[in-house]
Design a protein around this ligand. Structure first.
Ligand SMILES: [Fe+2]
Ligand SMILES: [Fe+2]
Length: 275
């Protein structure tokens, strides 16, 4: 059953089927490459697409970021979070689009991971905390692509998971010969993500391969595993965690306890239906 598909051909099909990134996101991104461009100018460009802007503001005001006061404008959000984060949030609205029953579980998992990755980064004093939140939101975007655009493969992956009692990753490898992290890689290249987001999205199951941000990849791998444990249901399999993750993050029992306490406090009351 292994390597049934041709990876080059599959990559072409994935890239063909990806949703188009709205023009305003491209425009805003081009603007940021210029020197001395103001948040007001960037927000003016993104603001041309009111539906997108409203979705991003909803995400900014969700429990992921925990801002005590409501952020009312895109300009304020860009000042607080930076354009890389806002761009990642814009792309998440494109990747997830309509939350259909097929991808609902992935959306809740993404929200849990976004929150938890932010908490891990905060407890560990990692300066890219806001980037980690958006990376948590997007870390399994390759799975969304499989579910939305390759339902026949999604069904096979589910069947393998049930038969073998294995993780998503193992089942994807079995059916596709590659996993969602490789699809993430194709997506971040197509959409020109900055390295600070690219590496955690591509290497959150293979942290040693990250050349620039292995610690950030480790944050996502840890957050993902903790969320799987927190939401464990009978029959599900918890992903394993690479030994390097604990080394990169200098995890001690005390640190882990702080993360879990904060995670429980936040996730216990979160309702992602409202995001
Ligand atoms: Fe993953
Ligand atoms: Fe995940």
């Amino acid at each position: 059953m292994k390597f049934q598909i041709n990876p080059e051909l599959f990559k072409e099909q994935v890239l063909e089927r990806l949703p188009a990134i709205p023009k305003v996101v491209h425009e805003a991104w081009k603007l940021t490459e210029k020197k001395d461009v103001s948040p007001a100018k960037i927000s003016e460009v993104i603001g041309k697409d009111m539906t997108l802007s409203a979705k991003v503001l909803r995400l900014v005001n969700s429990p992921f970021y925990g801002f005590p006061n409501r952020i009312g404008s895109l300009k304020h959000a860009i000042v607080l979070l930076g354009i890389d984060v806002i761009r990642g949030l814009l792309i998440s609205t494109v990747v997830f689009g309509e939350i259909t029953p097929e991808i609902e579980a992935l959306w809740y998992h993404a929200c849990d991971c976004a929150t938890t990755a932010g908490i891990v980064a905060k407890v560990l004093n990692i300066k890219e905390k806001d980037e980690m939140t958006v990376a948590g939101l997007l870390h399994d975007m390759g799975k969304v692509v499989i579910k939305n655009y390759f339902p026949e493969f999604a069904a096979k992956i589910e069947a393998v998971k049930r038969q073998r009692h294995c993780t998503d990753y193992e089942a994807e490898m079995e059916v596709l010969g590659l996993a969602h992290d490789t699809i993430n890689e194709w997506m971040v290249e197509r959409w020109h993500f900055p390295l600070v987001l690219k590496e955690p999205l591509v290497y959150h199951h293979r942290v040693k391969r990250a050349k620039h941000y292995p610690i950030l990849a480790a944050v996502i791998e840890l957050a993902d595993m903790l969320v799987h444990i927190y939401r464990l249901k009978k029959g599900n399999v918890i992903p394993t965690i690479e030994s390097e993750v604990c080394q990169y993050l200098n995890l001690t029992p005390e640190v882990l306890e702080n993360i879990i306490t904060e995670m429980d406090r936040t996730l216990y009351t979160s309702d992602w239906g409202e995001v």
